[in-house]
Write a protein that binds this ligand. Structure first.
Ligand code: ADP
Length: 258
């Protein structure tokens, strides 16, 4: 019996070593992928800007000379150029979200929301959206990253709207342990349960050919929340709406707090 036990223990130890080796390899290839994404997107920025700005120039100066099909082709070049630009910007954000540690400070989420809403204002106006936010707390986090997180979630709530006007509610509840849960609730198209996990993966888009997007927004959100030590998930009923929730741990206590 003792021999068998020793054998089982040694097998377990071998499996554990193999698992940690696999884990290390995975981390290495993730880091390689992030480096590749960062370098590729950085190097693609300038040529893509050339495509968009020259096509803007062409349509501003030479539109009258470009009859019919010429104008259609130009419009295609321009809109694909903008799409590539967004893709590259999001890829850079995605790889940076892993490469740079959050800079933690006290962040007033009400003030952050005002900034996000000001930036989204043209979209809000166009959709005649009603966005409400109440009692948002001060949290311990990276202001720029939390700004991006809220912007992506509220931006999606507007993009994937169903009822007009779209309604978005942002709520927060602080837990006794100091952590905070945020809910961003919309009355939009909703998401089929089979996609509730997959939408957080890179490049997942669900049948929205007519809506602009890169499929990177939620993957960026996920990285940001994980880097803060929190969790991000969705609850959603197709045809009724979605609630994206995330948690942020409380401010760690330091000696100077005492
Ligand atoms: P993108 O919006 O650029 O496509 P995201 O990563 O932000 O990429 O979202 C992935 C997919 O998840 C979207 O294409 C959409 O199908 C779905 N989705 C995200 N947010 C919502 C929402 N609030 N309501 C319905 N569907 C959503």
């Amino acid at each position: 019996l003792a021999l068998e036990r020793a054998q089982v223990l040694s097998d377990l130890a071998q499996q554990r070593d193999a698992l940690s080796e696999a884990n290390r390899n995975l981390e290495r290839s993730n880091a390689d992928l992030d480096r590749f994404a960062a370098i590729a997107s950085h190097d693609l920025k300038a040529p893509i800007r050339a495509v968009t700005s020259f096509s803007e120039l062409l349509s501003a100066r030479y539109a009258p000379q470009l009859a019919g099909r010429g104008l259609t082709y130009l419009e295609q070049i321009r809109s694909n150029g903008y799409h590539m630009q967004r893709l590259v910007d999001d890829l850079l954000l995605y790889s940076r979200a892993a490469a740079t540690d959050p800079v933690f400070t006290d962040v007033d989420v009400s003030a952050l929301m005002r900034e996000v809403l000001t930036r989204l204002d043209p979209d809000l106006q166009a959709a005649q959206a009603q966005v409400t936010a109440t009692d948002l707390p001060v949290v311990w986090g990276d202001a720029a990253q939390l700004d991006r997180l809220l912007q992506n979630l509220i931006g999606n709530a507007l993009k994937y709207r169903r009822a007009e006007p779209p309604r978005v509610q942002v709520r927060a509840h602080t837990q006794p342990d100091g952590s905070c849960q945020f809910d961003v609730q919309d009355n939009g198209q909703g998401i089929d349960p089979e996609y509730h996990q997959r939408i957080f993966q890179l490049f997942t888009r669900l049948h929205h050919r007519d809506v602009e997007g890169t499929g990177l927004g939620l993957a960026i959100c996920q990285r940001i929340v994980e880097h803060h030590g929190g969790r991000l998930w969705v609850q959603s009923v197709p045809g009724e709406g979605s609630t994206f929730s995330f948690t942020l741990p409380g401010r760690p206590h330091t000696h100077s707090d005492a």
